[in-house]
Design a protein around this ligand. Structure first.
Ligand code: 5AD
Ligand code: SF4
Length: 469
């Protein structure tokens, strides 16, 4: 792993100052539009891109037409996300034609794939630069270089990956924040492109994470979510004894009114030490995201997941024994190559057995560079979509049942703001991470605070209630 040195960062700050001088000389402040695809890690990365853009004198704008700098932060986990990023990028072509000074950059997981690099180099001449996710600290250099009309730049990730501290950040919310604790992944699940595009695991230093968390708490942030592809292996690359459970405990012991969440945990690494740390700290959310992927032992082996349905069930039992009210969510892939009807039925049986609160389900999507893409027994689109429907039918009934069980209870909820679908409601998250809606009338002043809500009604994806006395 290459830790970016203060001298390298200082170079970027010189580019920031140079771009700022150019932007400050303009009559109006130029805009920067950022479009983000994919996971929470990408959302967190986009907040750094936005921070860098602001420090270069750009104003973050909500439409590409208002922008002098457009950044498309891409995702490569499934083909659908790649196709959408390519198609949106195509729509920016006419903006460039109308404004040759417009700078368009693509960053994130998709661009670190060789075949995409070639495609974009040749077929998308209006893209000014590509920037791999682990290279984000070099955004100022690339923007400056294009302002000077230098050649297009293609800065892709290196497999061992970089780690940069101290980048400016523009957070989307004052109430909740992402804190990346590590980058990359070492697991090489056979379907997954992430280890190929985000490089090897590299953990941030404990002191850097704690400093960021303390600053957030001091600024009044109420919900902190630690991010990593596999948070359970935090620290292993640092060669220290201090592990993820220690980090969770240390953060929960900080003063302040906040809740701590984290994702994602790999079932093979979820330890009893972590479960005990969660159980003994009230500030740790009663929520665990534990991707199962498949309920079949054979498919799990073919996926290189390195756990069995039985060991997975033991982890679930340990979580529920330590925290009976914990909400457990999961990711499931349907239609992995070679998955038989019987093996898919084993996944449904696991859903019935575990009774997850929430499941994110995905149709298997072959990814370049991954072993599963060239495995025998690729499943037809029809079968995959039929399995997806069966899975949704099964899980939606379970999610509803789990939510109905909350009716009548009083839940602590962090109110986040007006509901996107109904202006007359406020929305927040219970400690379990379940979405909760309450009537807005008279409650606006409580946004950003923890409130007690009596749950009166439940749907498959949300709870409804009113402020408890
Ligand atoms: N096809 C479908 N789903 C995938 N995921 C990762 N790679 C693929 C793929 N090739 C899913 C996994 C993972 C989630 C973030 O995305 O379920 O947990
Ligand atoms: Fe992909 Fe597996 Fe790593 Fe998760 S743990 S990012 S699914 S390779």
């Amino acid at each position: 792993m290459k830790k970016i040195t203060p001298a390298e960062l200082a170079q970027q700050y010189e580019h920031i100052a140079a771009v700022c001088r150019i932007n400050d000389a303009k009559l109006t402040r130029p805009g920067c539009f950022i479009r983000t695809f994919g996971c929470q890690q990408n959302e967190a990365d986009s907040e750094r891109y936005a921070g860098l853009a602001e420090s270069m004198g750009y104003e973050i704008v909500d439409a590409p037409e208002k922008a002098s700098l457009i950044l498309i932060n891409t995702c490569a986990v499934r083909e659908h996300a790649e196709m959408r990023a390519m198609s949106i990028t195509g729509q920016f072509k006419h903006l460039k034609a109308a404004n040759p000074d417009l700078i368009i950059g693509m960053c994130g997981c998709m661009v670190s794939q060789e075949h995409r690099l070639n495609q974009i180099k040749g077929g998308f001449p209006y893209i000014d630069f590509l920037l791999g996710a682990g290279m984000m600290h070099r955004l100022p250099e690339l923007v400056h270089s294009r302002m000077n009309k230098d050649k297009r730049s293609f800065l892709l990730d290196e497999p061992e990956g970089c780690l940069a501290e101290g980048l400016p950040v523009r957070r989307e919310s004052d109430i909740k924040a992402w804190v990346s604790i590590m980058y990359g992944c070492n697991n090489f699940c056979t379907y997954c492109v992430v280890p190929h595009v985000r490089g090897r695991e590299r953990s941030r230093a404990r002191a850097d994470i704690l400093a960021e968390v303390k600053e957030l708490i001091a600024d009044g942030c109420r919900e902190i979510t630690l991010l990593g592809q596999n948070v359970n292996s935090y620290g292993k690359d640092l060669g220290s004894e201090y592990d993820f459970a220690d980090l969770v405990s240390e953060i929960c012991e900080l003063d302040g009114d906040f809740i701590l969440r984290f994702m994602t945990s790999h079932p093979k690494d979820a330890s009893q030490k972590l479960i005990d740390a969660m159980a003994s700290h009230e500030k740790c959310a009663r929520q665990f995201h534990l991707p199962l992927q498949s309920g079949s032992a054979r498919v799990l082996t073919a996926m290189n997941r390195r756990y069995t349905p039985e060991s997975y069930l033991s982890t679930v039992e340990a979580l529920r024994a330590a925290m009976p009210d914990i909400a457990i969510s999961s990711d499931i892939i349907v239609g992995f190559p070679g998955e038989t009807d019987e093996e898919f039925a084993e996944t449904l049986a696991m859903l019935e057995r575990v009774r997850f609160d929430m499941v994110y389900s995905f149709i298997y999507s072959p990814r370049a560079l991954t072993p599963a893409a060239s495995m025998d027994g690729q499943i037809s689109a029809e079968v995959k979509s039929a399995r997806m429907n069966a899975l949704l039918n099964c899980q939606n009934a379970i999610s509803l049942e789990r939510n109905l069980a909350a009716v009548g209870s009083v839940q602590r909820v962090l109110l986040e703001g007006a509901s996107k679908s109904d202006e007359s409601m406020l929305t927040g998250r219970a400690d379990s991470n379940k979405l909760v809606h309450i009537p807005r009338a008279g409650a606006d002043a409580l946004v950003g605070r923890f409130v007690d809500v009596r749950i009166t009604r439940a749907e498959t994806f949300a709870l409804f209630g009113e402020l408890a006395d």
